[in-house]
Design a binder for this molecule. Structure first.
Ligand code: CTP
Ligand code: MG
Length: 229
């Protein structure tokens, strides 16, 4: 049974500055979402991509992606007011028989196909939850509400976590079902952790960088130019 990938793409991209929703902003002439979905559909283990689009752009996104997915099945649903809600909405469109579900941010357009495959393989080898992680360059400090440092966690023990994150489908469903009412999580593994399941970290990739601020777009353009030679 091929894996399904949920693609939250309904955010506004406020940190990127004024303009269209972030997933629809251009990187080298094509929307971030097109780059991301093209990579996911190219992964041999992926059979279904479910995009959570901005509620007023569902038809536009369907048309945009129709020629991008090849033989991979595509669903487009309306996203929600926060990322977690958008993932919950996309998850509802996954058939019950799908056993592995990944979640990948549209804001990570250049994810390598090999990373997608590695995450699926780690879930299939028995891990209920898998996240790509990379060591940090910066030292990280925990601060209180007044901006005073409370703690400096040892950097060697920290990972910056990317997507795609991969899950046994029943574990992800249970995590989202249990999440209602609790604090909103910024990633799906965070919800799974609350249920007490172990989350395995596999090596992430610099190419899976998240486009958040304008400078990230410059970096992504450079990565793409490097690939295209
Ligand atoms: N996302 C979503 N639904 C939301 C908010 C975010 O589907 N209501 C998606 C974004 O489209 C993005 C991913 O979640 O692909 C990660 O979110 P983030 O990088 O924070 O994107 P935005 O929320 O769009 O950006 P910002 O926070 O700067 O507004
Ligand atoms: Mg956001």
């Amino acid at each position: 049974m091929p894996a399904a990938v949920l693609v939250p793409a309904a955010g506004r991209g406020e940190r990127l500055g004024p303009g269209a929703p972030k997933a629809l902003r251009a990187l080298a002439g094509e929307p971030l979402l097109v780059h991301a979905v093209r990579a996911l559909a190219a992964a041999p283990s992926v059979g279904l991509v479910v995009v959570a689009a901005p509620a007023d752009a569902v038809e536009q996104v369907r048309a945009l992606l129709a020629g991008v997915v090849g033989t991979t099945a595509l669903e487009v649903v309306a996203g929600a007011g926060d990322r977690q809600g958008s993932v919950t909405a996309a998850l509802a469109a996954v058939p019950a028989e799908v056993d592995v579900v990944l979640v990948h941010d549209a804001a990570r357009p250049l994810v390598p196909v090999a990373l997608v495959e590695a995450v699926v393989a780690a879930v299939r080898s028995g891990a209920p939850a898998v996240v790509p992680g990379v060591p940090l360059s910066d030292t990280v400090k925990r601060v209180d509400a007044d901006g005073v440092v409370v703690e400096t966690p040892e950097r060697a023990h920290l990972r910056a976590v990317q997507t795609p994150q991969g899950f046994a489908a029943d574990v992800l469903r249970a995590a989202h079902a249990a999440a209602g009412g609790g604090p909103v999580a910024t990633d799906d593994a965070g919800l799974v952790e609350r249920l007490g399941h172990p989350v395995r970290v596999v090596p992430g990739s610099p190419d899976a960088l998240k486009v958040t601020h304008p400078l990230d777009l410059v970096l992504a353009e450079a990565v793409l130019a490097g690939r295209r030679g």
